[in-house]
Design a protein around this ligand. Structure first.
Ligand SMILES: Cc1cc2nc3c(=O)[nH]c(=O)nc-3n(C[C@H](O)[C@H](O)[C@H](O)COP(=O)(O)OP(=O)(O)OC[C@H]3O[C@@H](n4cnc5c(N)ncnc54)[C@H](O)[C@@H]3O)c2cc1C
Length: 457
């Protein structure tokens, strides 16, 4: 038997791809989906903040489309940045035309200076290296060498001081809740578009229609709620494969025995673990102490989603999400779910979701977050009147973003190799302690299933 911990996308995908084997998926919550669940309240649908499907792998794309035939809207991105009291299109670095002249000049001068600065023997950021044969998703960059650029260094070298000051540093400090010199440079530089000088210059003079970045088009379920995706995977599984409301509390990795909260034990030839690696380490009875201590040093950031159901049409015609770099707003991003599909709100209404990042020791509290959010939305013009709010739901995602720091790269290789040596494969966004999209979690499940098929000969 294969025991799968967690019925998020990684766990469900693994079960789907292991369909000719004896499989059980153990899920703590009362429904499948993990982070891809949706809340429904008085006709409004709220995801755990915006969940948009960017599918780059053609085989995953075909599978996802097959799961919900004609069930997706194919959307073009409409993303914006709110800065200096105005809205400018994403990405900031190619669209400063609407900003004050001093800001534009600052950004342009900094960009040109960064381009012309000599590299002087600076070290490159090493790419992630695979840790285990046959499991390509278990990969991490080697521990940082002296002189390796931090995320802050990377921003300054790539975009210069002006862009750093007016967007990248304040935005990312709001998200990461720490100085960016503590974040390592291997953090997602792939997802941040770097335009050519000509694009930066053109964007400072006039509006351009040129498209940048990894996500200009995406899919979203037509009926509203990203939970349609995990539910469609679960529907294809045999009855009884997924056991919801069933929490794993202990793992004997060497024996691959999982103990559930009600005392039942399950044993498998393999265990696939998509729950957070930190939680897995805490519940593993035979994990060596040094690895347990090391796992305790992995750091993360929480997200509070302030969801509002609002009377009337949205203020902006197209915006799907908007970044807020300025510290005077408590959130770093807001989403406008009815721009994805009108079915996210009842007739004559729309919804807004603000994302506030916090660390356990700087939690502003749910009531303060709600009050500050409503105030910020009125100040920025996204909410016409506080009296238009008909529903508010504040939802916390305690583990939302894993922190890319030195310890992450020191701790992960030994920890993950130890688990795989026991026949336990960490997978998914939090199992591998990575920054991953839904597509990656689906891919992890598939690759873990293939690895098991290979291991079984
Ligand atoms: C704020 C935010 C916005 C995002 N936006 C996007 C986006 O726009 N596009 C995109 O592609 N991706 C997005 N993502 C990423 C996406 O949500 C994840 O990649 C994906 O949902 C992770 O799936 P998973 O199966 O790896 O993990 P999870 O969804 O975390 O699944 C793990 C499962 O394990 C269960 N579990 C935990 N502990 C136990 C236990 N002890 N016993 C049994 N079960 C347990 C959990 O309940 C959960 O169901 C976003 C993530 C965040 C945080």
């Amino acid at each position: 038997m294969v025991v799968i911990l967690g019925a998020g996308l990684a766990g469900l995908s693994a079960a789907h791809h292991l369909d000719d084997r004896d499989v059980v998926v153990v899920e703590r919550e009362s429904e499948v989906g993990g982070l891809c669940r949706s809340l429904r309240h008085d006709g409004f649908t709220f995801d755990y903040t915006g969940h948009l499907l960017h599918l780059r792998d053609p085989s995953i794309r075909d599978w996802v489309l097959e799961l919900l035939p004609d069930g997706y809207r194919h959307l073009d991105r409409s993303a914006w940045i709110h800065s200096c009291g105005t809205l400018t299109p994403y990405p900031f670095q190619a669209n400063t035309a609407g900003l004050p002249l001093e800001v534009r000049l600052d950004c342009l001068l900094g960009f040109v200076e960064a381009m012309t600065r000599s590299d002087g023997g600076e070290r490159p950021i090493p790419p992630a290296e695979a840790l285990v044969d046959g499991l390509p998703f278990l990969a991490v960059s080697p521990p940082p060498a002296d002189g390796e650029p931090s995320f802050l260094d990377w921003i300054l070298r790539t975009f210069g001081e002006g862009f750093a000051r007016h967007f990248f540093v304040p935005y990312n400090e709001k998200l990461w809740r720490r100085p960016l010199s503590e974040v390592t440079g291997d953090w997602v530089s792939w997802s941040i578009p770097r335009p050519e000088l000509a694009d930066v210059l053109r964007g400072a003079i006039t509006r351009s229609d040129k498209v940048f970045g990894y996500n200009p088009q995406f899919l979203y379920p037509r009926e509203g709620g990203i939970d349609h995706l995990p539910r469609s995977v679960a529907r294809g599984l045999d009855e009884g494969v997924v056991r919801t409301g069933c929490e794993a509390v202990e793992l004997d990795a060497g024996r691959r025995t999982v103990t559930l909260a009600d005392g039942e034990t399950l044993s498998g030839e393999h265990v696939l673990a998509s729950l957070p690696l930190t939680a897995l380490a805490r519940m593993t009875t035979d994990l060596p102490d040094a690895l347990r201590r090391a796992a305790g040093e992995l750091d993360h950031v929480s997200i509070r989603a302030v969801n509002l159901g609002v009377r009337g049409a949205p203020v902006h015609d197209t915006a799907q999400w908007v970044y807020f770099p300025e510290p005077s707003f408590p959130y770093h991003r807001i989403g406008l779910p009815t721009a994805l599909t009108p079915s996210m709100a009842p007739e004559g209404h729309h919804s807004l979701v603000a994302e506030i990042a916090f660390r356990p020791d700087d939690d502003p509290g749910a009531d303060a977050s709600l009050e500050q959010t409503v105030d910020g939305l009125v100040r920025s013009g996204f909410l016409r009147d506080t009296g238009d709010v008909v529903v508010s739901r504040v939802v916390d995602i305690p583990l939302a973003y894993v922190v890319f720091d030195r310890r992450r790269r020191e701790v992960l290789p030994d920890l993950m190799r130890w688990y795989v040596d026991q026949g336990v494969v960490p997978m998914g966004r939090y199992g591998t302690w990575d920054y991953l999209a839904m597509e990656d979690s689906l891919r992890h499940g598939r690759e873990a299933a293939r690895w098991i098929a290979g291991a079984a000969g």
